[in-house]
Design a protein around this ligand. Structure first.
Ligand code: GLC
Length: 477
């Protein structure tokens, strides 16, 4: 008989409670699907500011956690839903702030969080078979569990899965952090947390977890190379036997052009061209672009180097004479925000830029655009290209990471494939793909098939959840 799987899923962001990126989307859907498939799963994240105003949280207990040479209170709250219960770790000093990250004491904040998660288990007598960690913010749990708490019977059998959503953000801090977290300097060596004179929380996750997953198969291979390894490729390669790629899915009911209440005209695969055109007219009017039937290129993205904004700036400037339009929504690095805004001021009839995080506008862009731009420098999985295909919007992507695993190049002869893919990280390569896209758009017959192909794709959580379950079973058996 198979053992019951008891899993604790730990992440710094879980939607809808707290979200700045894809990490939160995964934390929202994957545990739910795992729960529906019979895994006994709970989640835990920090209790950020204001959460108690939006959700009815039940306070369950408080206890003391030692960090930075002082006693800190951990207040534990709980939010129970049908399938998954979510726990929140609160501390007035560490988490009642305006942002989630970017503070001088992030090392202590997430070190405290990591310790508190483990202490909470004993206080509440929750004994998972597996703790599933995500990204650097929770990575230290693996070190505490395997090294610092391993002499306590309660923790002995617990296994750790560590999922890397983005290797670029590593949680790098000074050596002194060890002391602040009551950790010995014996961890300051190459085989442990040391990373070019600093300590890396990401590295702790890589070394001390029993299995490492990342969010696409291609990214699992890429991170073992210097180009994508951010200095950790060596250690990842050494641990390659415990690495596996499981591609993310999306929630097909929550992202559905047929029922989406944010978009103006609902549509489905059989009337997509018409529906999308109606949405496009509405969007053009709403945001002040000329109302016309020209190909519309959308982008919903964090405005950071990773997302290929440099390429967009270059390609858009070069294509501005064409009869096309661009719409870009997102927030991020201020220099990208400024450059994009400047370009849109220069060409207001061609480019609309909105610097905000706006779910409703995002859906409108997915529904109205003909193409979706995602020329990422690297992309662990990427969810937006999957959302865009769901809305019949053809992705133009760079050949990297999860983009390779989810977007298949369109072939005119066989009319198969879902998007346009280019290799070289430069503005001209993106420009050429955009031009090719314009060509496809002009051929009604071809255009219908590519939109249909996109909308027929299924990257649901179902398959991926099964793979996680297999890995969980491997871990405990
Ligand atoms: C990060 C990655 C993105 C991935 C997401 C969820 O945001 O940059 O590629 O889709 O995590 O795993």
């Amino acid at each position: 008989m198979k053992k019951q799987l008891n899993v604790l899923y730990v992440a710094a962001e879980i939607a809808p409670f707290g979200a700045t990126g894809g990490l939160a989307d995964v934390g929202e859907s994957l545990p739910e699907v795992l729960g529906e498939k019979g895994v006994n799963i709970s989640r835990v994240m920090p209790k950020y500011k204001g959460l108690e105003d939006r959700y009815k949280l039940e306070k369950v207990c408080s206890f003391i956690v030692e960090t930075s040479g002082k006693a800190n209170v951990a207040n534990i709250y709980k939010y129970k839903e049908d399938v998954v219960t979510t726990y929140f770790i609160g501390n007035d000093d560490y988490f009642e702030r305006d942002n989630y990250y970017g503070y001088n004491d992030d090392d202590i904040r997430f070190g405290f969080f990591s310790k508190a998660v483990l202490e909470m288990l004993i206080v509440l007598s929750i004994k998972p078979g597996i703790i599933h960690l995500n990204d650097w913010q929770s990575a230290l749990i693996s070190l505490f569990l395997k090294k610092e708490y391993s002499h306590i019977d309660f923790y002995k059998e617990i296994k750790v899965m560590y999922t890397i959503h983005n290797l670029q953000y590593q949680g790098l801090f000074n050596k002194e952090t060890l002391d602040k977290l009551c950790l010995s300097t014996k961890y300051f060596n190459m085989e442990s947390l040391e990373y070019y004179g600093k300590i890396s929380y990401m590295k702790a996750g890589i070394i001390f977890s029993d299995i490492i997953t990342t969010v696409s198969e291609t990214y699992a291979k890429e991170i073992q190379t210097p180009l994508y390894g951010y200095g950790l490729d060596g250690i990842l390669k050494k641990n390659k036997n415990k690495i596996c790629g499981i591609t993310n899915g999306i929630h097909y009911d929550k992202f559905n052009p047929q029922t989406d209440s944010y978009i103006k005209f609902n549509y489905h695969i059989d009337n997509a061209i018409h529906g999308k055109n109606e949405n496009k007219k509405y969007l053009q009017k709403h945001i002040g672009l000329p109302i016309k039937n020209a190909p519309l290129f959308g982008m919903v993205s964090r405005l950071s180097e990773q997302k290929g904004i440099d390429l967009c700036l270059k390609a858009i400037s070069q294509l501005i004479k064409e009869d096309i339009q661009f719409v870009i929504l997102g927030t991020g690095d201020s220099h990208y925000e400024e450059q994009l805004l400047q370009l849109s001021k220069k060409y207001p009839d061609k480019l609309k830029v909105m610097i905000e995080f706006n779910q409703e506008m995002a859906r409108l862009i997915y529904a109205s655009s003909d193409f979706f731009l995602m020329p990422s420098l690297f992309e662990p999985c990427g969810l937006s290209q999957i959302y865009s295909m769901r809305f019949g919007t053809v992705p133009i992507v760079r050949k990297t990471g999860g983009l390779v695993d989810t977007v298949k190049p369109f072939d005119i002869g066989s009319k198969t494939g879902t998007g346009l893919i280019f290799q070289h990280y430069n503005g001209d390569a993106l420009k050429e793909s955009i031009k090719k896209g314009i060509g496809l758009y002009k051929n009604t017959d071809i255009w219908k098939s590519i939109v249909r192909n996109c909308m027929s794709q299924r990257f649901s959580w179902d398959e991926s959840a099964k793979m996680y379950i297999d890995k969980y079973n491997e871990l405990i058996n």
